[in-house]
Ligand binder design. Structure first.
Ligand SMILES: [Zn+2]
Length: 428
């Protein structure tokens, strides 16, 4: 099967160019200017549009097995495709938790049956994500992208040290949800920096960066490859900047809502409730600075769908987590690129190049690689409308926002998994 995609501007290997893309049997074959009359079986005209390598989201919750009333592998990966993501890494707070061969197999079977994009499961750091003893890390190491207990911090220093030593031996990354529970709910909810803790959520900045500080000490000691999930505080950005300067094997992600919103935007609605919480303007600006100077390596969505009744109790009565796959690119393009904070290429590096490299996904637009890419119309402006989401989760702090950049098509292994191209652009 041969398909020629032509007329677009494509981002590959760090630059934009306007060559046509030839895909044969699910792989990129050639980039060139093809003559109009070349007898390709199928030609897709993408004039005026942008082609990006399929985005890589290293932090999503697909909710299966165990919570299919919130999301399924099918709906979650359709949401990914609709947002331009060809690769997603699925967090392990499932039932059962993928903490050994047997449990992981259940998840992999569901992925095999339902996934529309490529899904890479995380293995749990601790058995059942209970923080008491290590998971069967060796047993599952070959089939997980990395190890994480996302949703909770690993409270025991001893256990985290043991996890890092084992991950180091296995050549795997520890992806840490940093949250020191001794700082939660006002127990130590003072702030040394003088900034007010986010009282509506009871999750002060210290709970995040104190645990990061501990982890960085353990990374220095063990040499483990470490990735910090959803950075939200200015102190964390500063700690990570120093750790990188020191040469530690450390990367991190933040999420669109921490970059675009601050606590003045929070309303008493479930769609503003997530962990970590949206913080102060000072924190937000520190994150932007971290994006601009490379301290923050990638942007992940922390897509965390819930049922409507679980998100309808305001800030106090709703579960943590918002959806993000279908809004990430337009929100970031509108908020970071259209405003001139970063260039379009830099945004694609944050959503594709850097996560692909760090987590060894090996994706990209290059001859011989699987044809995983996405097509956007950057001229299109529209309003974020959760009722149109493919995800079963509808809670987003970006509801009603005017955004630019619409995903028209996503292709995985040469197969179109999302398509809302206006009719007449494609000719067989
Ligand atoms: Zn988390």
């Amino acid at each position: 099967m041969e398909t020629l995609y032509r007329g677009m501007t494509a981002y590959r290997q760090g630059a934009f160019n306007s060559k046509d893309l030839l895909v044969i049997d699910g792989r990129f074959v050639e980039f060139s200017r093809f003559r109009e009359r070349d007898p390709f079986r199928k030609t897709v005209q993408l004039g005026g549009l942008y082609v990006f390598p399929g985005f890589v989201d290293v932090h999503v919750h697909l909710r299966e097995p165990g919570f299919s009333y919130k999301e399924t592998i099918r709906t979650g990966t359709l949401a990914a495709a609709r947002g331009g993501f060809a690769h997603v890494c699925a967090m392990p707070n499932l039932n059962p938790v993928p903490d050994g061969e047997e449990n992981l197999k259940q998840e992999l079977d569901l992925i095999g049956r339902g996934a529309l994009v490529k899904v890479y499961p995380y293995g749990a750091i601790t058995a059942g994500e209970l923080g008491k003893r290590l998971s069967a890390m060796e047993e599952i190491s070959g089939r997980v992208v990395a190890f994480s207990d996302d949703g909770r911090g690993v409270q025991s220093e001893e256990l985290m040290r043991a996890a890092m030593l084992k991950a180091k031996k296995l050549g795997k990354i520890i992806a840490a949800h940093c949250e020191d529970e001794t700082y939660i709910n006002g127990i130590k909810a003072h702030s040394e920096s003088g900034a007010a803790p986010n009282s509506s959520c009871g999750l002060p900045a210290e709970s995040e960066w104190r645990q990061l500080e501990r982890d960085l000490r353990l990374v220095r000691e063990t040499g483990c490859a470490y990735h910090m999930c959803h950075v939200s505080t200015k102190e964390s950005v500063a700690l990570l900047r120093r750790a990188k300067a020191e040469g530690l094997d450390v990367t991190c992600e933040t999420a669109p809502h921490y970059l675009m919103l601050d606590d003045k935007d929070i309303k008493d609605e479930g769609r503003f409730k997530m962990n970590p919480p949206i913080r102060s303007e000072e924190d937000r600006l520190a994150l932007i600075e971290g994006i601009a100077d490379g301290t923050i390596d990638m942007i992940a969505t922390d897509h965390a769908p819930h049922a409507e009744k679980e998100k309808s109790g305001g800030l106090a009565g709703s579960l943590n987590g918002v959806v993000g796959l279908e809004t990430a690119f337009p929100v970031l393009y509108t908020g970071l690129v259209k405003t001139g904070i970063i260039g379009l290429g830099a945004l694609i590096d944050l959503l594709h190049t850097n996560p692909s490299e760090r987590f060894e996904i090996g994706a990209g637009i290059a001859p011989g690689k699987p044809a995983d890419f996405t097509v956007f119309d950057l001229r299109e402006e529209y309003t974020v409308a959760p009722e149109e989401f493919a995800s079963m989760g509808r809670s987003t702090p970006f509801e009603g926002m005017r955004v630019w950049g619409k995903c028209l098509m996503t292709v995985v292994d040469g197969k179109t998994v999302w398509d809302c191209m206006p009719r007449g652009k494609e000719n067989e």
